[in-house]
Design a protein around this ligand. Structure first.
Ligand SMILES: NC(=O)c1ccc[n+]([C@@H]2O[C@H](COP(=O)([O-])OP(=O)(O)OC[C@H]3O[C@@H](n4cnc5c(N)ncnc54)[C@H](O)[C@@H]3O)[C@@H](O)[C@H]2O)c1
Length: 262
């Protein structure tokens, strides 16, 4: 007998998912989660070692891709289609937040442009490359990683990062509306801060910096990457068939909070 739980956990059997930034953090957790739900996984990353390790672990395909390069992005989605016969899910997730992107007062044009390229132009390129396959199939789910900073202001600014994520939100909404009647859904995912090795290292060195952020989170902790991956799996699956053009917030209640519990 098949239980409901077993059904819920195998929602993506036979679907093909392209994941950018699959070598680390949210992308890696999502590769594992979507594979466990039965999807064929295509891992894209600029980091060959990490990306290949992720693909090997989930029995998927690795395509080394710089998401800022139009030809490499085209080749990525073509490889997914050539290998598995469809492109059903595009998780456009690769992103950077370098230290030279800071207050507007100190951030130079080069840093501004680099972050826009990796975080925003890449999402444009990936959507542009994925959509023709999805339109031909009459089916597809695109999930673009934005951030909670796209909907909330911070005094600890990373100006280009924030602006890039705002662009991801607006673009995802527009695409979700434009292609809705062709069976394609496009949602922007807005994670709150995630407990990644980078964040752990930063906050271990500077507990005051961690405390300044933690006080705003109702649940009192950062997210685990697996919790973000679970949201992606929902958006990728037919369980979210009426969720489209949304700012899908997974932030532990940060954006809903005024005074948090002590
Ligand atoms: N970690 C957080 O707290 C948090 C919160 C909200 C949103 N996000 C967003 O989630 C996404 C993933 O973040 P993460 O924390 O998992 O980051 P991460 O640094 O752990 O992983 C990002 C991956 O993207 C890859 N990458 C970087 N530049 C690339 C390029 N040009 N082409 C292809 N791949 C490239 C990296 O090699 C890396 O494997 C990003 O878009 C980030 O902005 C993260």
């Amino acid at each position: 007998m098949t239980t409901d739980t077993e059904n819920i956990c195998r929602r993506l059997v036979g679907r093909t998912a392209v994941i950018t930034g699959a070598g680390s953090g949210i992308g890696l957790a999502t590769a594992r989660r979507l594979a466990s739900e039965g999807a064929h996984i295509v891992c894209a990353d600029i980091d060959e070692t990490a990306g290949k390790a992720a693909a090997d672990e989930v029995g998927g395909l690795f395509v080394r891709t710089d998401v800022t390069d139009p030809e490499q992005v085209e080749a990525l989605f073509k490889a997914a289609h050539d290998t598995y016969g469809s492109v059903d899910i595009a998780f456009n997730n690769a992103g950077i937040s370098p230290p030279d992107d800071d207050s507007i007062l100190t951030t130079g044009l080069e840093a501004w442009k680099r972050v826009q390229d990796v975080n925003l132009t890449s999402v444009y390129l990936c959507c542009k490359a994925a959509l023709p396959y999805m339109r031909r199939q009459g089916r597809g789910s695109i999930i673009n990683t934005a951030s909670f900073v796209a909907i909330m202001g911070a005094a600890t600014s990373q100006i280009s990062y924030t602006a890039s994520k705002g662009g991801v939100l607006a673009m995802s909404r527009e695409l979700g509306v434009q292609f809705a009647r062709e069976g394609i859904r496009v949602n922007a995912l807005c994670p709150g801060p995630v407990n990644t090795p980078l964040l752990q290292e930063l906050f271990a060195k500077d507990p005051e910096r961690a405390a300044r952020r933690l006080v705003h989170i109702p649940v009192g902790r950062f997210a685990e990457a697996t919790e973000i991956a679970a949201a992606v799996a929902f958006l990728a699956s037919d369980d979210s068939s009426f969720v489209n053009a949304s700012d899908f917030v997974v932030d532990g209640g940060i954006s809903g909070a005024y005074v948090t519990p002590v």
